[in-house]
Design a protein around this ligand. Structure first.
Ligand code: MG
Length: 170
């Protein structure tokens, strides 16, 4: 595999674990204020990010690239009010989309069609992630200020269940 592509994929393992860390930090913020439904939402989001990290790692392994694990940054976002993590999550997903696109660009440049095909799933996934994250901000803007609505929204988010990613590598 091209060195630049391999290095970017390896970095993405760390970025996905960081995403998991960031979402756990958000889960902790909400659980601490007794918004357990929001906490559940982000706990499951963190599980998905861990799955993404594992997929990048497995893809590298399958292609004979040794994976190097780096230190995971401390989540450093400051949340002052309940909408803050939702806005931060939407911003973060756009950042991750950029990362995926950068790897895709590097793969395209060296005609690494296998990596491009692997990344296709993530390109689509990021579309979903951005849509969901923006949807959370919109819902909170509409209902967050009314205690009764916030209670119901929290209950709705408590219903999210974990499901394994649809991408399965051999
Ligand atoms: Mg991810």
């Amino acid at each position: 595999m091209d060195k630049k592509v391999a290095s970017l994929l390896n970095q993405q393992v760390n970025k996905e674990f960081y995403s998991a860390y960031l979402y756990l930090d958000m889960a902790n913020y909400y659980i601490d204020m007794d918004l357990d439904g929001f906490g559940n939402w982000y706990t499951i989001q963190a599980q998905e990010e861990r799955d993404h990290a594992m997929l990048f790692m497995q893809y590298l392994q399958n292609n004979g690239v040794k994976v190097t694990l780096d230190a995971i940054d401390k989540p450093d976002k400051v949340f002052k009010k309940p909408i803050d993590p939702l806005v931060a999550a939407a911003e973060h997903e756009r950042y991750v989309t950029d990362l995926i696109h950068t790897i895709y660009e590097a793969a395209l440049k060296v005609k690494d069609f296998r990596t491009m095909q692997f990344l296709d799933w993530f390109v689509k996934e990021q579309g979903e992630e951005e849509k969901n994250a923006d949807g959370m901000v919109k819902k909170f803007e509409l209902f967050g200020d009314d205690p009764k609505s916030l209670y119901l929204l929290n209950q709705e988010l408590a219903g999210r269940v974990y499901s394994a990613p649809s991408l399965v590598l051999d």
